[in-house]
Design a protein around this ligand. Structure first.
Ligand SMILES: [Zn+2]
Length: 173
């Protein structure tokens, strides 16, 4: 099991179910985020089939949750895992992959406000160039419009995200 604070947060937003979380936990690894020699491993890359372009699974490495920042990062990476879990069998679209985790991360920061967390999130956002054509800028530009919608209806979220991605591509082509 992930720590109680993390599980409770996802339960509160109806993003927790036993089977999914048992699976995600069973494949997860933890590393020391403050050890510069190993923290590059933190992340949740998908496994995409080279021939079909479809998502087949994912890997998950989160930090040991020792403070607000490491818990926030773990929440972000677990949100990636939830996203991939729900998208298994579907076509991978790189541009959309940061949107769901960045929305979930923002919710976590809003509900667990400390000046450290807020300024760390601002710092992360400031590293994203909103004019760049990347999954981070796509998420940064579109995140606000999702902050008041229910994430528990994943199909609806996904439909809106795909629509925004199509619009984004038309504009950035
Ligand atoms: Zn991410």
């Amino acid at each position: 099991m992930f720590n109680k604070k993390i599980e409770d947060f996802f339960k509160k937003h109806n993003l927790w179910n036993k089977e999914m979380f048992s699976y995600i936990y069973s494949i997860s690894n933890e590393v020391d985020y403050y050890d510069k020699n190993i923290n590059f491993a933190v992340g949740c890359p998908p496994k995409v089939n080279n021939h079909t372009g479809k998502i087949e699974g994912f890997q998950l490495t989160i930090p040991y949750c020792v403070d607000g920042i490491t818990t926030m990062i773990a929440v972000h990476e677990i949100a990636h895992a939830i996203y991939w879990y729900k998208k298994i069998g579907q076509t991978y679209d790189e541009i959309q992959e940061e949107l769901f985790p960045m929305i979930v991360e923002r919710l976590y920061v809003e509900e667990n406000k400390t000046s450290t967390l807020e300024s760390y999130e601002k710092f992360l956002d400031s590293t994203i160039d909103s004019k760049e054509d990347s999954s981070y800028s796509f998420a940064l530009v579109n995140r606000e419009s999702f902050m008041k919608t229910n994430l528990d209806d994943f199909k609806l979220f996904d439909k809106s995200a795909r629509k925004l991605a199509r619009k984004w591509r038309r504009k950035n082509r």
